[in-house]
Design a protein around this ligand. Structure first.
Ligand code: SF4
Length: 357
């Protein structure tokens, strides 16, 4: 074993967690559905943004069966604001698999969980250990940061081999103590330390950390430089111009393709280029759209994981809108704009016409 977490320190973490854990809606129970849903929502999304969404989701779809039966549009609406919509689509896909093949239950075993749509090693470890108390490791970026500092690891924490070694370290602890409460509290304790105490950017609060007496980075004052995380490739910048086509209270909306970015969601049509007013007229006339009035709206920017949209937008008023309807297009009035699953990328423009936040 390259790294070995001392069992005494592991117990300190588990006890610290028991006493100091934050009260969060999904922590009132170890219901597997709650654990699964919260872990998926928390990927890439801040805890404060997840809390109200989790409560609303559970209130609307209280069971796995309800999730499997949910209409796609309603699901996307429930997911709005959390971003990365493929997570919601995978949740439903997984719920359908659970209904059809697993008696509408999430399996207990780590390896079985890994076979399900949208469930990777971290989520499988979290469900197996937190919901069922089985000895599985759940290693995410927070866990990597805490243990990289504890062991004073200078390697890149994006390295997959290092991640496997850290998982192994945690599994070794479970060989010494595999009681369900210890398993669950140790995994959640390391995550919680990473979220609340051993935070990034040189702001670790070592004086209140249960590992302060044995953590090498703290003892050697290297917490500012550890962990090392290599930079991801820079995001690609896409210039877009949106055309908000309206006839009075009616807006022309397009449904995106079922694959790729924002798959299956609704959008204002547009092109991948920044156009001036004259170019906009030329572009829309190609599609038989004849504006009676054009108004430039404010610019907006939306950041995805690997790319950024830098958007110009024009409100384009037409006299006749019905003839523009074709496959994958629909006309929505202001009230309907409120209820459709329109991604937050278009939030700024939706807010011109609705009271939607
Ligand atoms: S002692 Fe400091 S650096 Fe070490 S794990 Fe705790 S908070 Fe992180």
């Amino acid at each position: 074993m390259k790294y070995s977490l001392k069992i005494e320190d592991a117990k300190e973490i588990a006890e610290w967690y028991q006493k100091n854990k934050r009260q969060l809606p999904w922590r009132d129970t170890n219901n597997p559905y709650d654990v699964w849903l919260s872990e998926i929502m928390l990927q890439q999304t801040r805890i404060e943004a997840v809390k109200p969404k989790f409560l609303l989701f559970k209130q609307t779809l209280p069971t796995i069966q309800d999730l499997a039966n949910c209409e796609d549009d309603a699901l996307m609406r429930l997911w709005e604001g959390l971003g990365y919509y493929s997570r919601a689509r995978n949740l439903k896909k997984c719920a359908i698999t659970l209904v059809e093949h697993y008696n509408t239950q999430l399996p207990e075993e780590y390896k079985t969980l890994l076979k399900l749509p949208g469930i990777g090693p971290y989520t499988a470890g979290a469900i197996s250990s937190i919901a069922y108390g089985l000895p599985a490791a759940a290693v995410d970026g927070n866990v990597m940061r805490v243990l990289a500092r504890y062991f004073e690891i200078t390697e890149d924490i994006r390295n997959e081999t290092l991640k496997k070694e850290i998982e192994q370290t945690i599994l070794e602890c479970f060989q010494e103590d595999s009681t369900p409460s210890f398993v669950s509290n140790l995994n959640q304790g390391i995550m919680e330390l990473g979220e609340t105490i051993c935070v990034p950017n040189g702001e670790a609060r070592c004086s209140i950390c249960p590992l302060q007496h044995t953590c090498k980075a703290h003892l050697h004052e290297t917490t500012d430089t550890i962990p090392y995380r290599s930079a991801l490739n820079q995001r690609k910048i896409i210039e877009r111009t949106l055309f908000i086509i309206r006839d009075g209270d009616q807006f022309l909306i397009h449904k995106r393709a079922d694959k790729g970015l924002l798959a299956g969601l609704y959008e204002f049509i547009g092109v991948d280029a920044h156009l001036n007013k004259k170019e906009v007229i030329q572009e829309v006339e190609k599609h038989n759209i004849h504006p009676t009035h054009i108004k430039r709206l404010e610019d907006a920017k939306h950041i995805f994981t690997h790319l950024e949209w830098h958007m110009h937008a024009y409100e384009i008023t037409v006299e006749q809108i019905e003839h523009l309807l074709q496959k994958d297009y629909l006309l929505l009035n202001k009230q309907e704009l409120e209820t459709k699953a329109i991604p937050s990328a278009f939030k700024k423009y939706i807010s011109y016409y609705t009271i939607r936040k």
